[in-house]
Design a binder for this molecule. Structure first.
Ligand code: HEC
Length: 120
């Protein structure tokens, strides 16, 4: 929705400001919405919240490391990473012992999966 508004806005501006009414000015206003990727979005979330235990080698009883793209991708595809960060059940919640991640970060991980677990 925001994206559409931007286009309308830039079209409106281009009509109003006659002196800058070129195609170049119009395209500069358009912001491309990026896909969620491991390197841009997910690595920071995992590094800040998970690798205290899911390091390599893992510590504090964590069963696997989450230090690389393949580790995290594998835990989403073949494990229950998304379920573990989404749950409100304290006994299975990750990060272990809580608190639950902010919802916008959980949503980013869910979106990352929906968009195909891109690395870059
Ligand atoms: C304080 C240490 C600690 C932190 C921080 C932590 N974990 Fe864990 N994690 C564990 C322990 C211990 C287990 C094993 C016990 C269990 O399954 O509940 C585990 C298990 C898991 C499992 C299940 C693995 C399996 O196959 O059984 C997943 C998935 C997981 N963690 C993901 C995460 C994610 C994602 C984060 C960060 C958002 C995170 N963990 C943060 C300690 C931690």
């Amino acid at each position: 929705m925001k994206f559409k508004h931007l286009i309308y806005l830039s079209i409106a501006i281009s009509f109003l400001s006659c002196s800058y009414n070129s195609e170049d000015d119009l395209t500069e206003e358009i912001i491309i919405e990026d896909f969620v990727t491991y390197n841009n979005n997910i690595k920071t979330i995992i590094d800040s919240n998970c690798i205290g235990c899911h390091s390599n080698p893992p510590v504090n009883g964590a069963p696997m490391s989450l230090t690389t793209y393949n580790d995290v991708k594998n835990a989403v595809e073949n494990g229950d990473l998304i379920e573990r960060i989404s749950t409100t059940d304290a006994s299975s919640l990750m990060p272990f012992g809580g608190p639950r991640l902010p919802q916008n970060l959980i949503d980013l991980v869910i979106q990352w999966e929906q968009e195909g677990l891109l690395e870059n």
